[in-house]
Design a protein around this ligand. Structure first.
Ligand code: DGL
Length: 266
């Protein structure tokens, strides 16, 4: 690949704004890379939709990122990863990096032997999660907790509201009552709720967000051949959303931590 090719962007997408938690880890691990992010917020949440719809959206968005010149695709959505990753990898000509609930690291971390997994309904019910539980749950208890409604709260940037807290308490309390000492954030929207989750679980429960591990995997897959050289110019991040532009710009700016202009797409 030419030097220009190395400067091609990494394409990252999610059902909505949650994947920004992965994007910020990629930005911090790979500061020389240009980034394109697509939020399918107009169709979020994916977690309650059927697998066919999710696979179709994931295919269309991946194609759009490739058309924009992406040199690698990061599926910053657990739900898409568990439903459609094999399909995307079967035809996508560039490296595809996926995310999955961090059940393995949590199983290695727990001292008590009880972990809780927070994720969407689709993720919790997926064969991928069943496989992870089978592989890493022999000597520990894994409590799987679907969390309908949480993605919507993050999409509204309600990160600290009473309604969000009430949902979190509802989902987390049974896990704490069962003795969980480690919580897996199995949806990329949930890291934005970490301050509330920490407040609910207290200081002794470990919260695992796999975003940094994904960024490290992106770095490995780029290797020397695809990695961008040190930039004289500041790198850019472009944002697209299927939600209304003004609303998307406000929410993405708030979560990204800097004012950005989001372009609307269908
Ligand atoms: N951020 C997505 C995930 O990691 C949320 C999916 C949804 O929209 O329900 O699963």
């Amino acid at each position: 690949m030419t030097a220009l090719g190395n400067n091609a962007p990494i394409g990252v997408f999610d059902s909505g704004v949650g994947g920004l938690s992965v994007l910020r880890a990629i930005r911090s691990k790979l500061p020389n890379e240009n980034l394109i992010y697509i939020a399918d917020s107009g169709n979020a949440p994916y977690g309650d939709k059927d697998a066919g719809f999710i696979a179709e959206r994931a295919t269309e968005i991946t194609q759009l990122l490739l058309t924009s010149g992406a040199k690698a695709i990061v599926v910053a959505c657990n739900t898409v990863s568990v439903v459609a990753i094999e399909h995307i990898r079967s035809w996508c000509p560039v490296p595809v990096i996926a995310i999955e609930p961090a059940i393995k690291p949590a199983s290695q971390h727990t001292k008590i032997g009880v972990i809780g997994v927070l994720a969407t309904r689709q993720t919790i019910a997926s064969p991928s999660v069943a496989r992870l539980c089978e592989a890493h749950g022999k000597h520990i208890k894994i409590l799987l907790q679907p969390c309908p409604g949480l993605v919507e709260q993050v999409e509204k940037a309600e990160l600290l509201s009473d309604a969000t807290r009430a949902l979190l308490v509802q989902y987390i309390s049974p896990l704490l009552a069962a003795g969980a000492d480690t919580l897996v954030l199995g949806c990329t929207h949930y890291p934005f709720l970490t301050p509330l989750i920490r407040d609910i679980v207290g200081p002794d429960v470990t919260i695992i967000d796999p975003a940094l591990a994904v960024a490290q995997q992106v770095a490995r897959r780029l290797g020397d051949q695809l990695a961008s050289p040190a930039q004289a110019q500041p790198t850019n991040a472009q944002f697209y959303s299927t939600a209304a532009e003004e609303q998307a710009s406000a929410i993405i700016s708030a979560l990204w931590g800097q004012k950005v202009t989001v372009q609307g797409i269908n």
